[in-house]
Ligand binder design. Structure first.
Ligand code: S3P
Length: 429
């Protein structure tokens, strides 16, 4: 574990950047490339640790994949082309890799074992293993399939109708990927709308998926065909600079080519709700995932309530929203967000603990947090706890701090934003 001293009390942030490719879409581009027939080419792929874990797992499953910077070529031979791996599949820190991969492997007639880092070892898997077992896969893990290592012997799946107990795109996607290999039509009912990248990918690779309200259905036995994917910039990475642009005095930032899928734009809604000067320019809604450029300026923010249907649209942005709330006028309440407890860290605890160290007035609740605004932040030693989004949030917090801030375990940031500090330094005045 290493630490760095962060820039504090800066004069402002100015300029433009293109944030790296979307993590969720990058993972799926490799997975769909692997299960489709033919050569898929991907540009603006995110070469972060999580997506590299996905590539390495599929290489161990016998798929030929070439990577050159942010371009990837995948030679897929359909689900049938996947081979029994002779090594353990290491997913590193990546929840998306393990959960979606389980859906794919549930339909494959061979044995595989999935494992990850210490954080993955604490994250709940029953939400995926339970319905996959119901479909007919033989799956086990610690505590009867709750924790890694997870073993799977798949094959002969039968479609199910399944009401998701939690609003999770990872679980929905795992079941859609299993459903594509099952006998019959699989229907998933979501409690709230979650990111729909998997549905868009199925269509992009020539498959069919139907959606009616909160119900998503897919028929088994479909043949997917290779495609060309240009990954939009990640709005969850852009969020750190959107927030920084709004809360660091004298800032003006242009973020180019950001993904604007409506299931992901909750952060923009919250910035608007809080009164930020934010504008979407040059929007392209015609590509398979909408994109646009976003302009943000230093603004006077007011506290807000973040809850309900909005939560899945910004679940990964809550740490940075908490930081924005420390600078807003009045109180901000975040609720209905228990899912934060089972992310890369318990993000209710880590956000409250680390921001408190810097002088924020913030309290944990059972399903979120309450933040009192207009606090002056001091300095001190903080830690990412190995969680990329906590590391980036604290790096932005430091810009406002009066004293020196030392960030421990900053290397976790490479999970989703390998050139985060290069971009940050480029924008600092
Ligand atoms: C993701 C879904 C979300 C999100 C994660 C990526 C995806 O997780 O937090 O970073 O790519 O499907 P849940 O499905 O667990 O909510």
């Amino acid at each position: 574990m290493t630490s760095i001293t962060l820039k504090s009390s800066i004069a402002g942030l100015n300029g433009e950047i293109s944030v790296p490719g979307d993590k969720s879409i990058s993972h799926r581009s490799v997975m769909f490339g692997a299960i489709a027939h033919g050569e898929t080419s991907v540009s603006n792929f995110l070469p972060g640790d999580d997506c590299l874990s996905t590539i390495s797992c599929f290489q161990k499953l016998g798929v030929k994949i070439e990577v050159e910077k942010d371009s990837v070529r995948i030679n897929g031979s359909g689900f049938e082309g996947l081979k029994e791996p002779n090594e353990i599949l290491d997913v590193g820190n990546s929840g998306t890799t393990i959960r979606l991969l389980m859906g794919i492997l549930a339909g494959r007639p061979f044995y595989s074992c999935l494992h990850g880092d210490a954080s993955i070892g604490k994250r709940p898997m029953t939400r995926v293993t339970k319905p996959l077992k119901q479909m007919g896969a033989a799956i086990d893990g610690r505590e009867t399939g709750q924790y890694t290592p997870i073993t799977i012997r798949g094959g002969n799946l039968t479609a199910i109708n399944y009401q998701l107990p939690v609003a999770s795109a990872q679980v929905k996607s795992a079941l859609l990927l299993a459903g594509l290999q099952a006998e019959g039509k699989t229907t998933i009912i979501e409690p709230q709308a979650t990111r729909d990248h998997t549905e868009r990918m199925i269509r992009k690779f020539g498959g069919e998926v139907s959606t009616a309200g909160r119900e998503i259905s897919v028929k088994g036995g479909q043949k997917l065909t290779a495609s060309v994917i240009n990954v939009p910039g990640d709005i969850s990475s852009a969020a750190f600079f959107l927030a920084a642009g709004a809360i660091v005095p004298n800032s003006k930032l242009l973020l180019k080519n950001v993904g604007l899928n409506p299931t992901r734009t909750g952060i923009i809604e919250v910035l608007q709700q809080m009164g930020a000067k934010i504008e979407i320019i040059k929007q392209d809604s015609n590509s398979f995932e909408p994109v646009g450029d976003i302009l943000v300026e230093a603004s006077k923010l007011t506290g807000t309530v973040v809850e309900g249907e909005l939560i899945p649209k910004l679940i990964d942005e809550i740490p940075i929203i908490a930081l924005m709330a420390t600078q807003a006028e009045g109180k901000t309440v975040i609720k209905d967000a228990e899912e934060l407890k089972v992310k890369e860290t318990n993000r209710i605890d880590t956000v409250v603990h680390e921001l408190s160290k810097l002088g924020a007035s913030i309290e944990a609740t059972t399903d979120g947090m309450v933040i009192y605004g207009q606090t002056k932040l001091g300095g001190g030693t903080v830690s990412s706890h190995g969680d990329h989004r906590i590391g980036m949030m604290l790096s932005i917090a430091a810009l406002l701090c009066q004293g020196e801030v030392i960030l421990e375990n900053h290397e976790a940031i490479s999970v989703s934003y390998p050139n985060f500090f290069t971009h940050l330094h480029h924008l600092i005045q």
